[in-house]
Write a protein that binds this ligand. Structure first.
Ligand code: AMP
Length: 284
């Protein structure tokens, strides 16, 4: 695996892949890799000839009161994992390389960026759309692999690629969970063992909703109540949002008969966690 820190070198390496007619898959991450990230790398490797992974903790997607400084950074361990997995390129630029002084161009997917996590984290998706646009231009992948874990991010990026006619196919991979259901996240590293138990309430609330759907409840307002109620049963968790929306537009849906994204965000201690499921109501 080749480690690359400059944009010029990464472009040259990726253009060389394109010239040889090979397909290039790309996985963008902020590092502190876990099985969720690795599943994206494996998906890329099984679909593409060459796989590039980036590790960049993107300051632009963190709010002023968020965890940019304490975000876990485990570069050597990450590089070893990627090497073992057989990734071809690891792009790990510094902040100055990605955002040199004087940069003043941003990418904003307008409405979608204000929904779900975007509503709670102003500027977050502008930061995501900007860095992903830059990374796509540097790598020019044929396929880019993202996790369903960040469902709102998937909606924003699909819209971005569509609106800007980008030549990249977004591939969305399922959420990888711990054995007890907790969605894997780099931020789980912040949790104490007590909080780790409390964090299970997110998945539990989604399962509660899924069961209700399977039992015939399709009314979103009622399902949201069920989900919220489940969250209140864990006194130490503080709900941010519980929403039932169309997975593409992130608009609320009144009932789930035609399928919907059920998404939750909650704080456990100071750590903000997210999780979601796609529900499909069985035909009547
Ligand atoms: P991050 O490093 O948090 O920016 O995540 C990089 C990519 O990994 C994003 O596409 C995430 O959606 C994806 N990802 C993070 N956690 C998981 C997970 N538990 N399962 C699947 N994909 C994940």
């Amino acid at each position: 695996m080749k480690r690359i820190a400059t944009i010029a070198e990464m472009k040259a390496a990726c253009r060389q892949v394109a010239r040889t007619g090979k397909t290039l898959g790309f996985v963008a991450t902020m590092g502190a890799l876990h099985e969720g990230h690795l599943s994206l790398v494996r998906a890329s490797e099984s679909r593409c000839d060459v796989t590039a992974v980036s590790i960049f903790v993107n300051p632009l997607q963190f709010g002023p009161a968020e965890d940019l400084d304490k975000y876990p950074r485990t570069l050597e361990r990450d590089a070893a994992l990627l090497e073992q997995l057989g990734a071809d390129f690891l792009f790990m630029p510094g902040v100055e390389e990605m955002y040199p002084q004087g940069a003043q161009t941003y990418v904003l997917v307008e409405d979608l960026s204000n929904r779900l996590d975007g509503a709670s984290r102003p500027g977050h998706f502008r930061g995501v759309a900007t860095v992903v646009t830059k990374l796509f231009e540097i790598v020019r992948p044929n396929f880019a692999f993202f996790g369903q874990k960040d469902a709102a991010q998937v909606a924003v990026l699909r819209k971005l690629v569509n609106d800007l006619d980008m030549d990249v196919e977004i591939v969305v991979c399922p959420i990888v969970r711990e054995k007890d259901g907790l969605a894997m996240s780099s931020r789980n590293a912040y949790l104490t063992s007590e909080q780790r138990q409390q964090a299970l309430v997110l998945h539990r609330s989604l399962l509660r909703v899924q069961t209700a759907v399977e039992q015939g409840e399709h009314d979103s307002a009622k399902l949201i109540e069920i989900g919220k109620q489940a969250i209140t049963e864990e006194a130490r968790a503080r709900l941010d949002y519980f929403a039932i929306v169309d997975p593409d537009t992130l608009d609320s849906v009144a009932d789930v008969s035609r399928g919907a994204l059920v998404a939750v965000a909650a704080y456990v201690g100071a750590t903000r966690l997210i999780d979601n499921i796609l529900v499909t109501a069985s035909p009547q």
